[in-house]
Design a protein around this ligand. Sequence first.
Ligand SMILES: [Zn+2]
Length: 108
Amino acid sequence: MRLIGSNIRKQNTDAKAKRVMRNIIRYSTEEEPRNEYPKRIVSPPKPSRCCNDENRLMVGTMREVEGFKFCYKICNVCGHAVKFYYPAVDSTSDAVKEYRQWKRYMVQ
Ligand SMILES: [Zn+2]
């Protein structure tokens, strides 16, 4: 029961996040990979062997929407782009932490 409940909550959060955050990455095999951040990023649909942490470079600045911190990362070899979410615990803002705790408390 507990598991089902937490899944539903997660889906709601994801749907909400999607409304707020427009994904600017466009996966295409027909177009050349290119970085037009913050307008859009054209990326190959699949990552290659070169797409490791070393080659993936952060583009633009880190953004935060409703406590979710994320940025875009592009592989500097093949141009594969990903939306990278920072772990929730990696928050530097005490206000956000407090808000999350309060929200968690309210949900239970
Ligand atoms: Zn790559």
